[in-house]
Ligand binder design. Sequence first.
Ligand SMILES: *Cc1c(COP(=O)(O)O)cnc(C)c1O
Length: 392
Amino acid sequence: MIKVDENGFYGQFGGAFIPEMLYPNIEELRENYEAIMATPAFRQEFDSLLKDYVGRPTPLFLAQRLSEKYGAKIYLKREDLCHTGAHKINNTVGQIILAKKLNKKRIIAETGAGQHGVATATVCALMGMECTVYMGAVDMERQKPNVERMRILGAKVVPANSGSKTLKDATNEAMRQWINNPVDTHYIIGSVVGPHPYPEMVARFQSVISEEMKWQLQEKEGRENPDLVIACVGGGSNAAGSFYHYYNEPSVRLIAVEAAGMGITSGRSAATTTLGKPGILHGSKTLLMQTDDGQVVEPHSISAGLDYPGIGPVHAHLFDSGRGEFVAVEDEHAMQSGIEVSRLEGIIPAIESAHAFSALNQIHYEPTDVIVINLSGRGDKDLETYIKWGNY
Ligand SMILES: *Cc1c(COP(=O)(O)O)cnc(C)c1O
């Protein structure tokens, strides 16, 4: 059974390993989020925004040319068609409504590539809430268009100048700020990471993906369950959302795809389950890439969204228990798959999502299998990377 326990553990992973000063914030959230999410008022506002603002339900598209090429029936869950171009907005919409119900006035968030920052700035503009996004100084330089997007939307973007000046440091900075402003501020975490209750809360907001997949498959295939679901994993929110309603359906294979970067043994990758060991990162016990004395190893992936040294605790448990199958895809192969999907289906995927497609080359399946690939985002944000790669 894949299920979170009351302390936020999935098997041996998860929990809330936090400094004492963060305790009141986390406790307030933990005590209230389930009750608030269960109210009809919350449900109604969430459903209506997902429909009319985000553009849900997202289509489940039968990719015929891709199916022909790979010899199975392949459907794409089109999260790339969500407002702002990826699945991240499902979670930020949920959390902003929650923040309002908790009477919060300010929102803070961390961001790596800027996608979660943009999704957060978007819902803050929608709700008229003050928004501050912490971003590594190096990432701000690398992801200028997203910095400007957030600013246009009215958010303040604050550089994190510690450590490697990337996502991990931005997360540390956001947590520090939250400790200092507990009463009026809500921290919107962007993936199924962080201390309990964040991983499960974010997964529940994203679980709309597999909820829709079930009735869409029923309509198209006469059955709710596919044979395989494939999704890429950075922190793991799009994967958790597309696996959620299939966790305890053993006939459905759950394929999680990590970034192997320049190669698993190259020292430049983000293949957490292959290389990681149990440890504590950003408030939860999980698998993470670390040195022998426990220092976090800098990850690398060509896709900024997968460039994270850890993995959400639910995925550490899916790996540990054998319920999930983990695959790692190198930069080069992901780029080739991105071009292939563009040519075969007329859809330029985000490079994160391209990793999920590339897994088709590494796993076995039957010609009669129904496969759903979660197309987590669109490739517009990655145009520069595609151009630099150039091989098309
Ligand atoms: C952020 C992002 C990811 C990785 O985040 P998860 O929490 O693992 O889903 C994947 N795809 C896209 C398009 C993203 O923007």
